[in-house]
Design a protein around this ligand. Structure first.
Ligand SMILES: Cc1cc2nc3c(=O)[nH]c(=O)nc-3n(C[C@H](O)[C@H](O)[C@H](O)COP(=O)(O)OP(=O)(O)OC[C@H]3O[C@@H](n4cnc5c(N)ncnc54)[C@H](O)[C@@H]3O)c2cc1C
Length: 386
């Protein structure tokens, strides 16, 4: 079985050709400087890939999630990092599914053309973390506006985005009829807001991720920027999470492929004790095991997008896909680093960069523990732990 998936071959080849213009030394230099890969994101946007999921009526390609997964998998497998822009693929789904006709008309064509960037997704907060329902950022209605106060953390790409999808509390937690109510989603126009109620501070992290802290200090957001119904925002965000998990899982498949390609090539070429290191089973077996994890994860990712694209329930499969693919990429990363010995730590081999990047997916956008908890309680029917 080949390392890469066989569906959407034309798209995969075109994405590979685009990525070839951004080789490893491009990503290495961006990583070293913690710089945003603007040229790469511009090229992807121009080629229409970031608008893959936007319907044709709004200027996108109207492709299924399976095609978006193929695009992101190929970016990672080429040595690049789709995290610079992947969020736009799934955040626009909230506007598409829950926005009004006027909001869809106003924003989606410009997002599809690249004139507007919807890269920032403000959910996580410093005090609430994974417990989203305890978030503290408030949006209080005042006439034609909402007044927003609070703070987000880990808001990736906020400095490189025109719009932010923001989740804020509009009804105090102790006044809602049902636990999941009282949160609302807004489209915040960052171009107008920065310096006028919004402050963005970059957060330096172990990999190049353009992530930030965002502070809201009496920011006025026009009421017309509320998405859907007030108080129903948590449901809208949950709605987009299956797509997010499936797409991130596809990225993990791409990372696992990159690690295995790189490790196998090195294992055949590197001679120690007068023979290739790849002749040793101590080198072979971790690679073979990671390969088996990759192929199993691939089947689950394919099953998850098949259900998603067919409009069927896919919570279990999306979570399994994310869990298995993130584990496969991490196993492949470990095996790749170990295969390279000391050279795995050298910047010029790119292994350490990809290794740092792949580690994120054990924690974000949802941590492994929270997926296991979902499977325990919602699939296996075990008692709730929180
Ligand atoms: C680089 C990066 C980019 C990110 N980008 C974004 C973004 O663009 N937008 C956004 O909104 N968020 C973003 N995030 C946030 C990310 O989604 C969170 O970090 C993640 O959901 C975990 O939340 P936390 O960091 O607050 O961890 P916590 O919630 O504090 O959890 C810490 C640890 O405890 C475990 N834990 C917590 N509760 C339980 C439990 N009940 N059972 C078992 N284990 C538990 C978790 O699994 C985790 O391992 C990003 C994070 C990073 C690191």
């Amino acid at each position: 079985m080949p390392l890469e998936s066989q569906d959407y071959q034309e798209i995969r080849e075109a994405v590979r050709a685009l990525c070839a213009r951004f080789p490893n030394d491009y990503w290495r230099a961006k990583d070293r400087d913690r710089a945003y890969p603007s040229e790469f994101v511009a090229a992807l946007t121009e080629a229409g890939y970031l608008a893959a999921l936007i319907p044709e009526a709004y200027g996108g390609s109207g492709l299924p999630l399976a095609a978006a997964a193929a695009i992101l998998e190929e970016i990672q497998a080429s040595g690049g990092n789709g995290a610079a822009c992947h969020a736009q693929m799934y955040t626009m789904g909230t506007v598409l599914r829950h926005g009004s006709a006027a909001q869809r008309e106003r924003y989606l064509p410009e997002i599809a053309s690249g004139a507007l960037r919807l890269q920032a997704f403000g959910v996580t907060e410093p005090t609430s973390g994974t417990d989203t329902l305890s978030l503290r950022t408030t949006a209080v209605r005042e006439g034609d506006n909402y007044r927003v106060n609070g703070q987000k953390v880990w808001t990736s790409r906020a400095e490189h985005s025109d719009l932010m999808l923001l989740l804020a509390r509009t009804t105090p937690k102790d006044e809602v009829a049902r636990k999941g109510e009282g949160l609302s989603v807004f489209l915040v126009d960052l171009r107008a807001a920065v310096g006028e109620g919004v402050t963005i501070r970059p957060l330096r992290t172990m990999m190049n991720h353009a992530t930030t802290e965002v502070f809201f200090d009496d920011l006025l957001v026009p009421a017309e920027n509320l998405i859907g119904e007030e108080g129903q925002g948590f449901r809208y965000i949950l709605d987009g999470m299956n797509a997010e998990r499936i797409l991130i899982a596809a990225e993990c498949l791409g990372d696992a492929r990159w690690f295995l390609d790189k490790a196998c090539a090195y294992a055949k070429e590197r001679q120690v004790f007068g023979r290739p290191i790849g002749q040793n089973q101590g080198i072979q077996f971790p690679l073979a095991r990671a390969y088996s994890q990759l192929q199993a994860a691939r089947l689950m990712v394919a099953e998850a997008y098949r259900l998603y694209d067919g409009g069927e329930r896919c919570g279990e499969q999306a979570n399994l896909a994310k869990l298995l693919a993130a584990d496969a990429s991490w196993a492949a990363g470990e095996a790749c680093l170990q295969t390279h010995g000391g050279y795995g730590f050298a910047e010029e081999f790119d292994v350490e960069r990809k290794y740092r990047e792949a580690r994120l997916y054990q924690v974000a956008p949802i941590s492994t523990n929270l997926i296991l908890s979902y499977l325990s309680e919602h699939v296996l029917g075990l008692p709730r732990s929180y």
